[in-house]
Design a protein around this ligand. Structure first.
Ligand code: LMR
Length: 396
């Protein structure tokens, strides 16, 4: 049986991690996979996470099965974090949230659920989008199509193209939108643009699926959820997939959430029962440790405030790195305008160089970024930015 298989290339993002780890150059820089790094280049465990883990270690008294929904307290706290306490989907009892194995698990569960609603449904994703979206949705039997999004030439949003395409989507199609910190372009919608997209969603009637993997990494926890909350105010049904990998730094714990919004509380209960059946058939029930950490932090005033501070520190450092790189490129005498990097948001931006130049950065300077020239801005530090800018200047 295995003899029929052909070897596949390594994942374009995760494959870089292995190459970077094997590289012995002391000056190497990892701008590949989207993980936060501090000034020392380390992905440290947040202090609030350490405290929550200590508390759980002392108080946890069973490892018995938790069920396909995961932890009820985690689900409740995440729903409030995503939508805000007073949002009408909460007060009208129209939302159900389940814990999932990371944001990818949430997306896969959502995809299976969409397939249960309509076999082979079409999902529209932005061009470009996160490298794993297409494969993940196709693996669940969905048909993937793209709508215009990033204008590579002008390093901006092709909003007219996006809106025109969304107006032509069928009413029983799904449209994937990034809540904030668009991966890979860093190009987010403004509040006004979200309002227009929400109006189109309402009039066309498509199902919005919102991927929020970076809440708090763009402008702030509430600011980053603005579009999603507005959309939830405008449409009858919606799905949100969120991740605690980045904002809680819980990458390997695999914890995220999938929230479904229905037209009524009875309607969403039916949808929830289908979602649980889909989960049971994929992984039965989610891992518990990450959820336990997050619910401990979110339900304690002290730990929650500490988390706000630690999240702000990460956000500010990333935003600072954006300015720093642009300044250093100017210092290196680079005349091409890279100021767009400071107008983008979150973990990523495209540098806008060719695949050959990306390869040269890797081969000659041990600087790793995805072939599309997507950079993980968190990998920049005071200690490596001069070398980075100098190397970019050389390949330009
Ligand atoms: C990324 O885009 O680098 C992250 O979301 C990590 C991943 O799983 O691809």
């Amino acid at each position: 049986m295995f003899g029929n298989l052909k070897a596949l290339p390594a994942d374009p993002i995760l494959g870089l991690l292995a190459k970077y780890r094997e590289d012995n150059n002391p000056n190497k820089i990892d701008l590949g996979v989207g993980v936060y790094k501090n000034e020392a280049g380390h992905t440290a465990i947040l202090d609030c996470v350490k405290k929550a883990e200590k508390f759980r270690l002392e108080t946890e008294d069973t490892k018995v099965y938790i069920g396909p929904t995961g932890s009820p307290l985690f689900n409740e706290e995440m729903t409030k974090l995503i939508f805000s306490d007073e949002h009408q989907v909460i007060t009208h009892n129209r939302v159900r949230t389940v814990s999932t194995p990371g944001g990818t698990g949430a997306l896969r569960v959502a995809a299976e659920f969409i397939g249960s609603c309509k076999q082979g449904a079409t999902i529209w994703v932005s061009n470009p989008t996160w490298a794993n979206h297409t494969g993940l949705f196709q693996a669940a039997g969905l048909t993937v199509k793209t709508y215009p999004y990033y204008d590579y030439e002008n390093k901006s949003l092709d909003f007219d193209g996006m809106l025109a395409a969304l107006k032509k989507v069928a009413a029983d199609d799904v449209v994937l939108l990034h809540a904030c910190c668009h991966n890979p372009s860093g190009m987010d919608l403004t509040s006004e643009q979200w309002q227009q997209v929400a109006e189109v969603a309402k009039s066309v009637g498509f199902l919005p699926l919102i991927d929020m993997a970076y809440q708090g990494f763009g402008q702030g926890l509430d600011e980053d959820a603005y579009g999603l909350r507005l959309m939830a105010d405008s449409v009858k049904e919606m799905i949100v997939c969120s991740s605690c990998s980045k904002n809680f730094g819980l990458y390997r714990e695999r914890i995220g959430a999938c929230s479904i919004i229905g037209e009524s509380s009875t309607g969403v209960d039916i949808a929830h029962s289908v979602l649980l059946s889909d989960i049971r058939c994929i992984y039965s029930m989610p891992p518990a440790h990450g959820a336990a950490i997050v619910e401990t932090i979110l339900s304690s005033d002290e730990l929650r405030n500490q988390w706000y501070d630690e999240l702000k520190e990460m956000r500010d450092r990333i935003n600072g790195n954006r300015k720093l790189l642009v300044e250093k490129l100017i210092e290196q005498g680079v005349t091409r305008d890279f100021s767009f990097i400071t107008r983008q948001s979150g973990m990523f931006s495209f540098l806008g160089i060719t695949p050959e130049q990306v390869q040269r950065l890797q081969d000659e300077f041990s600087i790793y970024m995805v072939g599309s020239s997507r950079m993980s801005i968190a990998g920049i530090a005071q200690s490596n930015v001069d070398y980075l800018a100098e190397s970019i200047a050389k390949v330009l």
